[in-house]
Design a protein around this ligand. Sequence first.
Ligand code: 5GP
Length: 171
Amino acid sequence: MKILLTEEQIAEKVRTLGAQLSADYRDKNPVLIGCLKGCVVFLADLMREITVPHAIDFVRTSSYGKGRVSTGVEEAEIFDVNIRGRHAVIVEDIVDTGLTLGYLTEVLTKQEPLSLKVCALLVKPGAHRAPVTIDYRGFDIPADFVVGYGLDWGERYRDLPYVAVVDEQDA
Ligand code: 5GP
């Protein structure tokens, strides 16, 4: 396993994103919509860097199972998210093909929010297959499969405080 982003690098980026969101959403009481399960660590840290009132809600999508190739969204739960008339921000741990984000944006737009933006910590830029805009962007990373800081490989490694690239030895 090779560390790609250290705990300190991530913390600094989350502070920057939190400051941007705080400035942009002053007096807007936005809803942050976390995409389970990978968002949990990022969202928990991000919330504490946002200095203006905000709410949180969750959606869950799955496309990977235990494998490492995205085939698009196979399953989605929106729980009781209701952003009609609210400002909302989708919080994603990682955007790879963009298919998940494209799907979520489509579903959530139907709820007629006042605005809908996207905040993603990690972005694999070359791989976008869906036309998605990432308004708040953490790190552009290479196309390698990464784990840690909430991201798993078959439910392992979510607890790592850094982001690392896995290789076959880590299986
Ligand atoms: P998409 O390809 O639709 O943009 O990404 C779908 C989902 O695949 C992401 O939300 C994330 O849960 C997962 N994913 C994409 N790339 C990686 C990766 O490098 N590591 C891990 N653990 N999950 C990933």
